[in-house]
Ligand binder design. Structure first.
Ligand code: SF4
Length: 109
């Protein structure tokens, strides 16, 4: 039994998984102006063995393709900054906040 499940003995629990929480967010995409950019795709493909961004990003913005390249789609970015910090070995992430009025809108804090 899920320990977070609301029961008659524990009626205060609300069961919400991460995907359900993320679905509550809204994004205003700045079309053609992504706020994060991979500086040199070849570094991700050939030099970076761990490709940590592909499994640390909570919004799954980074993906490893079949040919070993890493793709980045920033539309669902939570602006947490994890990828910016994580890529310290190669400093291959060019990161800035989205322009005013764009980016994520957190609906529940
Ligand atoms: Fe993913 Fe956070 Fe980087 Fe956005 S800032 S791409 S959510 S790791």
């Amino acid at each position: 039994m899920n320990p977070n499940t609301s029961t008659p003995a524990n009626p205060g629990y609300i069961t919400v998984n991460v995907e359900e929480k993320l679905f509550q967010n809204r994004y205003k995409v700045d079309a053609g102006r992504p706020h994060i950019r991979i500086k040199d795709a070849d570094i991700c493909t050939h030099a970076c063995a761990s490709k940590s961004c592909t499994f640390v990003c909570p919004a799954s913005c980074y993906k490893t393709e079949g040919n070993g390249t890493v793709t980045l789609i920033t539309d669902g970015c939570l602006e947490c900054g994890s990828c910016r910090i994580l890529c310290s070995e190669f400093s291959n992430v060019d990161w800035e906040y989205p322009r005013g009025g764009h980016g994520i809108l957190f609906k529940f804090g």
